[in-house]
Design a protein around this ligand. Structure first.
Ligand code: F3S
Length: 747
């Protein structure tokens, strides 16, 4: 048993009493999200009706999970916090740094060697501070959390944007930056703006080719990548009980793709069954004892529009399989319309690689449904047209799939089984192609498909679908194939159709053992050493405090155009190796962002040299000359992942202000935590006033206060000036972070 049962007994013993106190004060029916949020207030005496979307509230989460790429910076910050032990159960998961190339065995051996210094650091810091440590190959953070740690009614934070995966077991699980994780690990209050609530009413039951993934693919089309910002998506209605716990987790996982703070399902028998199947009978029993408060109150289900800020209805019985993409996960198209879209837009029709697995879709149910299609290849004398890659979510899943013959079936159709790690999902894919300049299409059962995300190639058109649809398209090798209606031609020249996928929700013989690679928390007095010449790790120096004046005449570093995700700001792939070394990783700053003035990436005007150069190099030169700079951006700046490097890199390189049309939630918080100014245009049309050679001043910092706007003055090259207002969402505490130089400095 790897979870902390004593903590859980105390949690469920106290849950009912906490709920009674919350009800006594709030005096209205409660949604599930509200129940969990209000029972996790940092100070239980602070119960009052907080205004959603406005009030900042302090919480006390139960756990922290960190993946290896973000844990480095989180733990480097924790080491500066002066604590002896983590205040809540915490874990580190080595999943992001393993490159997918030859297959699990070889790739883990390579990763263990190339990342030795980082793994040793993470293991030693974990041992030193009482953190559980999952070694490379043990599994992907969210799958391991689901199998071992997530519990109904709980609250956790994780340094990964897909932390909401645990919502599948009825937990409020939120993706955060490392500095937020440090707050929780040090036992300090953790602050969040009280989220709005989006209720998704699920009716009916899935059937045929439709999978849980299609629920969120459809919802992404409705909400778009921004539609869930500062909101919790709460699922309710009879359809919820028809979905397996792992299916619910898939849906919650991808809530990150619509910017949701988190997503959550009510506790039910399917969740209880999963808890029992993963060795947590006692957790299921304890959850049963408070089950009435692990779902929304009945009054809410009768009139949901009175309680949720928005209600969306999805009829599972009529849901079609979806394919989303390319380049953005909200480009949702039902399979019946997809071929037409492919042809109309000239997407490369040939399907070149299928990828199944990741934290999103590697449950037993997912794999068994995909395998049911793979089995038809031999039976129906078909050929598999495209290569297939499978990356299981955990060693437990992989070992079970191997025992039950699923791995063998995948291998028979030519699959490469990669390590139980992120791999291609985070750009850690050493893909071999004949010509990288050729446009090509891939289909994955992952969650994210921004340009270059999987293989670093801007010419790859990545589409996201369920594992079963990914498998079917891999067999066909054709994006225009619709397995619901179309036939394939087999080796004998006959037309054959694929039968609908079928699969088991849970392994009939139970899960095979799978906690190999786990080192439980201890608190050894291990000495942590970081080689000062290391290229991978660097101890952090505090950022300087605010100088006490307005920020005047800052050169514009870059005015970005269009999407600017955390992948554009701080690329993953090969750069992952520098996630523990702020100076080195800063060399990738904003290299994927498009310069609005020349349409190019990583090419900005440098006023010191009057030439064009890389964004990072230009900022570095300004920094060496003692000059601060400013970045201007469009909508939803920083969408995507929780990586705080996207905020720390500009801070390190003396960028002081990000002025955007809007921000993604996690990134905006990360900027605030690192002492940056995150401002938005009051009038978005002012974005157009900014010229390439402008010097920009931000006036009003000495009167920095919640709700008070700043004045932005543009000093154009021709000597003229323009000014407009910019707004912010800083509260008093966050303003103190800015003044101190960072949240860490302000402790
Ligand atoms: Fe890994 Fe899942 Fe993120 S597979 S890269 S944790 S989306």
């Amino acid at each position: 048993m790897v979870y902390d049962v004593t903590m859980l007994r105390a949690f469920y013993a106290a849950y009912k009493g906490k709920m009674e106190r919350v009800r006594a004060v709030l005096q209205h029916p409660l949604t599930l999200a509200e129940k969990i949020l209000y029972t996790h207030l940092f100070d239980g005496k602070e119960v009052k009706n907080y205004t959603r979307g406005e009030d900042y509230v302090s919480f006390r989460p139960d756990r922290v999970a960190m993946q290896d790429a973000t844990a480095q910076m989180a733990l480097l910050q924790f080491m500066n916090a002066g604590r002896e032990q983590v205040a809540v159960p915490s874990t580190v998961h080595c999943d992001h740094l393993i490159q997918a190339y030859r297959g699990a065995r070889e790739d883990i051996a390579t990763a263990t060697k190339t990342n030795e210094e980082v793994y040793d650091f993470l293991r030693d810091v974990s041992s030193r501070y009482g953190i559980g440590f999952w070694q490379p190959g043990a599994g992907i953070i969210h799958q391991v959390v689901l199998e071992n740690y997530a519990f109904p009614g709980g609250m956790m934070v994780g340094t990964d944007s897909h932390t909401p995966n645990a919502g599948g077991l009825g937990m409020v699980a939120i993706g955060v930056g490392g500095a937020d994780a440090v707050d929780v690990m040090t036992g300090m209050e953790w602050e969040l703006k009280m989220p709005r609530l989006i209720g998704v009413h699920l009716k009916g039951e899935l059937n045929g080719w439709a999978a849980p993934k299609d629920v969120i693919l459809k919802l992404a089309g409705i909400l778009t990548v921004k539609g869930g910002t500062n909101a919790i998506i709460e699922y309710f209605g009879p359809g919820t009980a028809s979905l397996s716990a792992t299916g619910k987790a898939t849906i919650c996982n991808m809530g990150a793709e619509v910017g949701a703070t988190t997503s959550i399902f009510p506790y039910d028998n399917r969740i209880a069954t999963y808890l029992k199947a993963t060795g947590r009978e006692e957790v299921a029993e304890m959850a049963d004892s408070v089950a009435g408060d692990l779902r929304a109150d009945t009054d809410i289900l009768l009139a949901p529009e009175n309680y949720y800020d928005r209600v969306i209805e999805i009829d599972l019985s009529r849901l079609e399989p979806y394919i989303n993409g390319p380049f953005t996960p909200d480009a949702a198209t039902p399979i019946s319309e997809f071929a037409e879209k492919v042809l109309a837009n000239g997407y490369p029709r040939k399907m070149e690689v299928g990828l199944i697995g990741s934290c999103t879709n590697s449950s037993y149910q997912d794999l068994s449904r995909a395998v049911s299609l793979a089995r038809q290849v031999e039976k129906k004398h078909l050929k598999v047209a495209a290569p297939l890659i499978v990356n299981p979510g955990s060693e437990r899943i992989r070992a079970t799939a191997e025992r039950d013959g699923m791995i063998e079936t995948f291998e028979k159709v030519g699959a490469t089984i990669m390590a139980n790690a992120c791999g291609p999902c985070i750009g850690q894919w050493k893909r071999e192609t004949d010509n990288p300049t050729r446009k090509n299409s891939i289909v994955t059962s992952f969650n994210r498909n921004f340009a270059k995300r999987a293989d670093g190639n801007p010419n790859t058109y990545a589409f996201v679908a369920s594992p079963e649809l990914t498998m079917a398209l891999t067999i066909a090798g054709d994006l225009c194939f619709n397995p619901l209606t179309d036939a394939l031609v087999n080796r004998e020249g006959e037309k054959v159709k694929l039968s609908e996928p079928v699969g088991e929700e849970l392994p009939p013989e139970g899960f095979a053992e799978g906690s190999e690679g786990y080192i439980p928390p201890r608190s050894e007095k291990t000495e942590i050493t970081v080689n000062p010449h290391s290229q991978r790790l660097q101890l952090l120096q505090p950022f300087p405090a605010w100088e006490g004046t307005d920020l005047l005449n800052m050169p514009l570093l870059i005015k970005t155009q269009g999407k600017c995700t955390t992948d554009h700001i701080s690329m993953a792939g090969p750069w992952l190796r520098f996630r523990g070394h702020l100076e080195n990783i800063s060399d990738n700053m904003l290299m994927g962002a498009v310069n609005a003035f020349n349409g190019e990436t990583n090419s900005v005007w440098n006023r010191s040299t009057n030439t064009y150069g890389p964004v990072s190099g230009t900022a570095k030169m300004y920094k060496s000359e003692g000059i601060s700079s400013i970045v201007v951006a469009e909508e939803n700046y920083g969408e995507g992942s929780s990586r705080e490097h996207a905020a720390m890199e500009p801070r390190f390189l003396n960028v002081r202000v990000i002025l955007a049309k809007s921000f993604a939630r996690i990134h905006e918080t990360n900027l605030k935590k690192q002492g940056m100014l995150a401002l938005t245009f009051v009038d978005k049309a002012d974005y157009d006033k900014i010229q390439e050679h402008d010097l920009i001043s931000v006036i009003g910092l000495t009167e920095f206060a919640p709700g008070r706007n700043f004045k932005v003055v543009l000093h154009h090259e021709d000597g003229t000036k323009e000014s407009f207002e910019a707004q912010h969402t800083y509260n008093e505490l966050q303003i103190s972070w800015f003044r101190a130089g960072s949240a860490l400095n302000a402790r």
